[in-house]
Design a protein. Sequence first.
Length: 310
Amino acid sequence: MDKLSIVVPCYNEEESIPLFFPAVEKVVNTIEGLTTEYWFVNDGSADHTLEELRHLHTENPEKVHYVSFSRNFGKEAALYAGLQAATGDYVVVMDVDLQDPPSFLTQMYELLKSGEYDCVGTRRVDRTGEAKFKSFLSSQFYHVINKLSQTNIVPGARDYRMMTRQMVNAVLSLKEYDRFSKGIFSWVGFKTKYLDYHNVERVAGETDWSTWKLFKYAMNGIADFSQAPLSLAVWLGSGSFVLSILGIIFVIIRRLLEPSSSVFGWASLVCLILLIGGLQLLCIGIVGKYIGRIYIQTKRRPIYIIKEKQ
């Protein structure tokens, strides 16, 4: 029999866990020739998420397992820990809030079992129920990153996907500290099919992903999979240099043609100085961002620390 590992990152999800498990079990129990294991990852939750996971493990000791971090390390670290713990022939990543429809699990498994695909992912075709501004930023992010990066990221793609063991091993072989899973899933390659669905509301609780956190996550994704910001700094510096040379030539020629002309334009001069100074700081900041990521990576700190595991 094939074994399916279900990886579920959790952060402050005490209300969702009791609803998630029976909903998924209802689907996977209908799939013939398949055994399942659950790996819940408690990402330093501040509520009673860990207690819920302990209770669920006690009731299903052979099937339900959990990893609990010493503090909050972020969803990417939780996802990575779950993939490392998973032992199945196939591995699926799901959110515990049931925004990832469990009904797709049967179709995902059948597609992978056919041998035609290595991964079956999901793509959200709308964001009904979310703030319009957040939806706008999300759509623009995919547009921008696909322009800047050679790694294509499917617009609306979710982390919710089922993968073969071969693809999971490839994902785990990437040891970078700052992880952007959507990009990593695309970068490793393998033949992937996407299933489209409409947005589903959370069954309980509230999302921890604020607009600011999503923005920072997007910036990390761009820095992880594109060197375009560094190229931008080069072009801005080159453009400023060329403009300054043209300005010097203009001043010299004007002085030669009009020796008696008086000095003017102090306000515009100050604006130009501030503009060039701002561009320099921007370029230094972009370079510093990449250097900072190198610095963190060379420290070789663990991506997460486990406090409890069952």
